[in-house]
Design a protein around this ligand. Sequence first.
Ligand code: AMP
Length: 532
Amino acid sequence: MIKAIRGTRDLLPPDTDLWNRVEAKVRDVFARYNFHEIRTPIFEDTQLFARGVGEETDIVTKEMFTWMDARRYSEKELIFEWIAIHSPSAFAQVEKKLFFDLVAEVDGRTNVVEFMSGVPNDSSWRGAVGRLRSAKAIWQQAEPNTEARLVVPSSKRSSTLRKPTEHLGIIYEEIELKDYEEPHSLTLRPENTAGVVRAYIEHGLDKRGTLQKLYYIGPQFRRERPQKGRYRQFYQIGAEIIGPPSAGSDSPILDAELLEMLAALLNEVGLRGWTLQLNSVGCSDDRARYNQALRSALEPVVATMCADCQRRAETNPLRVLDCKVPEDQPIIEKLPKIGEYLDEPCRVHFQVMRAMLDAVGVPYIINERMVRGLDYYTRTTFEFTHGDLGAQSAVLGGGRYDGLSESLDGPKAPGIGFAIGEDRLILALQAEGVTADADLDAYITPLGAGMNAHALKLARELRRAGVSADLGDETFRLKKSFEAAEKAGARFIVIVGENEVKSGEFAVKELASGTQENVARDRLAEFLRHSQ
Ligand code: AMP
């Protein structure tokens, strides 16, 4: 049996009802705060994440789904091209089981030729060379002058395009194809901020001169060790506020507004037990000084730490704070704190933002250890955690990224954003007992032979009038219909028998209370929709 890939999962009803309810509520909140949706591609150039998220982050070093995307060319196309170039005086197409494609006479010499439809990688290259060398040896017994030739597609622009060269007794030849595409390293997006900022730069959204308030909902991919609350395909609901400094994009009021919106959003979807943890990681100068302080503090102890920390202590000491190895924690506890290294503007930014949060009554705690696992953050960083989520307690994370646009060759465009882990938000809601209310208004029961068409007609009328309805079958006994209605979570059952159709009055029973009344056909939709 073929199963879903490890770390991915199917979302099924009734869970999907809760997912949809959450997404509808979230879209409603975003609209009230004047955010608009952006949809970026699910895969991007690998460089975007390497540069945007940071080379030394766990995401980039270990967790990305990356592949070389190369077009496969048809071998026929290559063979025709090759024949057109060489005009061999005689050739024969050879059966595939002989492991090469063609025997041809080129410039008076016999050639055994293999064509490769893609760019060779190490193993396909070794395989082809092996096969061709044995073919050459066999063919040489009859025709001592035989050459072996490997032909691969290439482009004019390709720096590797050369005259046929000989190596290990094989002629290696690149054939120029008009529609050649260079192989390209692509990556499934592990997060969405880099993609949004890329789109902001690519479409010149800075020229609009206003703050761009953008949100997204969609899957992200990280090759993490799967466990509850941690998946390889997971979903994020995120938002970014980004724009030129002239539009106020670096003002602390945006940080406060975004956090206030998040508090409102979580409250409105019905989540109660959340905690906002807040920190400031300063600007790049502060980070440089802090990294220096960390380096010095780590120097005498780093030899006892894990291999990752030893590497990070060299390349990017801030990332040592991401370490989860229990034995390293006592050392990490004693490291200097970033708060002591903030310059005056960063300190004031943080203070002003906190004062605004206090003014609107959003509760938070300061966590100076929280530096977040992505390199682009500056100044404000935050996480909302939830007590029922166990080890994976962060429901969402985010922060400011004032230098990200410039590091991707864009204009100066300070920004702030967050990403909610939707899988974890749903787990936390379910842990608090929140479910999506069943919203089936009516179960329609055709009673007796010949009633199906009448029931279908009534269902069509009701559904058009905005009633959600499900339908039974005339062969069901009344008891079975009631059971089906209850299982479906319907509020009412409507009986469609011969008498009802004739009189135009239908027996309607409320399942919860058991009360029954007759309702006229033209009042039925209103009755089912509005009665609670
Ligand atoms: P990050 O982009 O790492 O700041 O993550 C933001 C949020 O996405 C986290 O707080 C989690 O709720 C969620 N998240 C990150 N990685 C995963 C994962 N592998 N599985 C499920 N949720 C995740």
